[in-house]
Ligand binder design. Structure first.
Ligand code: SER
Length: 602
């Protein structure tokens, strides 16, 4: 069964059971300074799990593309990813354990046809604060799961919150006991290290977790105790790729349709076979996984860089290229793009923004090739000179050559050297120092940007929103604001785009803005919570300065149809006609993948 078919069946099944499909969040959530990427479907639902009313009701379903950078070191096994799609369903204080467990079981066994004999489930074993989940145990038995396939685990395994078990949850965080479903690969023998003690939560690969029903019921209070939430929720998440592997009965998730073409292309480019005795499977998986994450991030307009999202993307791209290099094929942007292009078939947004993605992959390959040469020379010299490679050295290599830490570590380990945890921490603390100073610089810059509120700057401010919307309409959704600065003379707008605009494109953008000015569209704002703003499709940036409530400015509001919607403090004109007219006066490329345009009032 194709992954596409699984997606369809999942959504249909839960819709049939009264769920409304909600739009997944983008991968990059500027609104949440505590996390770089969307890593679970529940993330956008936190306020609603805590009791706020959701406009689509109490039963929700979606498929959420997610990124978990913390699993990066595990990707080389056969079942972990940096990017994956999560099938999710939620009860916001509506149904609870009985319905949830029966539905998941029905979905896996009836809709997907998984053999019930190969399924195992786990249940929370309880502690002083939260009792053993005998209710789920009884439900599973009633459903027909044999007792030998129901396993009890403590909070380390059977409790879910974004931070982990209760003792790790920060104040305010929500979580609860959960019940997981595992698929058993009969073809895989028990890992001899675990022998007959192998069990669903053992790491040997015989069992694969394919779904997790979290009974989201608790909130951590200031005194460290757990308090019951006003409502009992369900938060289910299951990895599409793993579910597809179970349907295929393949313990190696990289055999599913999304990856098979990519693996073939890597084989062709390198002349090495996957699953042969070459010992190179790890590199195949890293390339396939990291490139998939990279093209999806690029499709949202993230570009490789040295900070935050850009740095995560750079690590992914460079790690995949380094492993391509390890397969003996050098570093070639062309080959990498050719492999990554395979993902166009599976991700419409990647397909739509392919030109931008390809340009950035190629540009990063060129930069990386040069960095690798310089970095390798320095590292080799240091290693052969018997120098100690410490955290500071690794950070300097990263800062001056853009040489990611993972590569330093991989190269050291190839030379039989170990980069200790202490050194790794030293690297991280240097990195953090660097990050803090660049972050305060950018916040300061933003504050200065809109301080002056004369009539001209107000007009230019609204013109900036029109420009942003026009660029997206004409050039594509990868356009994202990277910076903005307004004086009484002109506006300046930085955005993600890899090449300069052609004359016709500039004309097109300018004409569209002036058309919207001529239409004299109303400009209005509403105050709402940030998650609601995101739900309404508002664009949002510089999240760290937002409070609980944000202002959402809409241009051209007639029901569902609008030209621009952005989270913004204002001020703005009340009708676009007041702007008079706008002219783009200049464009320049600043840094890689960022274009800057200047515009003035006519
Ligand atoms: N939030 C849970 C998870 O990420 C279930 O959706 O596993």
């Amino acid at each position: 069964m194709s992954t596409d078919e699984i997606r369809k069946r999942y959504l249909e099944f839960f819709k049939k059971n009264g769920h409304i499909e909600i739009t997944p969040s983008p991968l990059v959530i500027d609104s949440d300074p505590t996390t770089l990427f969307t890593s679970a479907g529940m993330q956008q639902l936190v306020p609603f799990l805590k009791g706020e009313k959701h406009k689509d009701g109490k039963r929700l379903v979606n498929i959420q593309p997610s990124i978990r950078m913390q699993d990066l070191d595990e990707v080389a096994d056969n079942r972990h990813f940096s990017f994956f799609e999560m099938l999710g369903n939620w009860s916001l204080g509506d149904y609870f354990k009985k319905e949830q467990l029966s539905w998941v079981w029905e979905f896996f066994t009836q809709e997907l046809g998984l053999n019930p004999e190969k399924l195992h489930v786990s249940v929370y074993a309880g502690n002083d604060e939260v009792p053993k989940d005998t209710e789920s145990f009884e439900i599973w038995k009633k459903i027909g799961v044999s007792e030998s396939h129901i396993h009890f685990y403590d909070a380390q395994k059977n409790w879910w919150s974004r931070a982990g078990e209760p003792s790790k949850m920060p104040t305010g965080e929500i979580g609860g006991p959960d019940s997981e479903i595992f698929y058993e690969f009969k073809s895989v023998s028990h890992d001899p290290r675990f022998g007959k003690f192998c069990h669903p939560n053992c790491d040997c690969g015989k069992f694969l977790e394919i779904g997790n029903s979290v009974f989201m019921q608790y909130q951590k209070m200031e005194d460290g105790k757990l308090m019951e939430l006003p409502q009992k929720n369900v938060d289910f998440g299951g990895g599409l790729e793993r579910i597809a592997a179970a349907v295929l009965d393949s313990p190696d998730v990289f055999h599913i349709d999304i990856f098979s073409g990519v693996i073939k292309k890597i084989e062709k480019e390198t002349g090495i076979e996957y699953n042969s005795d070459s010992g190179k499977d790890k590199s195949f998986r890293i390339i396939a996984d990291h490139l998939r994450a990279s093209v999806n991030l690029l499709s949202e307009g993230v570009i490789p860089g040295n900070k935050l999202h850009g740095y995560a993307l750079r690590r992914l791209i460079r790690r995949s290229m380094f492993h391509f290099h390890l397969l003996g094929s050098g570093i070639s942007g062309g080959a990498i793009s050719h492999i990554a292009e395979e993902y166009r078939r599976f991700y419409p947004n990647v397909n739509k923004n392919w030109q931008f993605i390809e340009d950035n992959l190629n540009a990063e390959a060129t930069r990386f090739e040069a960095a690798l040469k310089r970095g390798l020379a320095r590292l080799t010299k240091a290693v052969s000179g018997g120098d100690e490679i410490d955290g500071e050295f690794a950070f300097d290599l990263y800062q001056t050559e853009g040489f990611p830490l993972e590569l330093t570590m991989e190269i050291l380990s190839q030379n039989g050297m170990v980069f200790s945890l202490v050194e790794r921490n030293a690297f991280e603390s240097e990195f953090e120092k660097h990050r803090q100073s660049s972050r305060s610089a950018s916040v300061g810059m933003f504050k200065g940007g809109l301080a002056e509120a004369s009539v001209a700057t107000t007009k230019l401010h609204t013109a900036t929103h029109l420009l942003h919307a026009a660029l997206r309409q004409i050039l594509g959704d990868h356009i994202g604001q990277k910076g903005s600065h307004i004086t009484s003379e002109r506006l300046r707008f930085d955005f993600s785009h890899s090449q300069k605009l052609a004359d016709e494109e500039i004309k097109g953008v300018e004409n569209l803005i002036n058309l919207k000015i001529k239409e004299d569209l109303p400009v209005s704002f509403k105050v709402m919570s940030l998650p609601n703003a995101i739900k309404e499709g508002a664009m949002h940036f510089f999240a760290e300065k937002y409070g609980d409530e944000v202002k959402v400015y809409t241009i051209g509001n007639s029901g569902e149809v609008w030209f621009s919607k952005e989270v913004c403090g204002g001020p703005h004109v009340t009708h676009t006609g007041e702007i008079g007219g706008v002219k783009i006066i200049k464009q320049e490329k600043i840094g890689s993948g960022i274009l800057r345009v200047y515009a003035a009032l006519k």
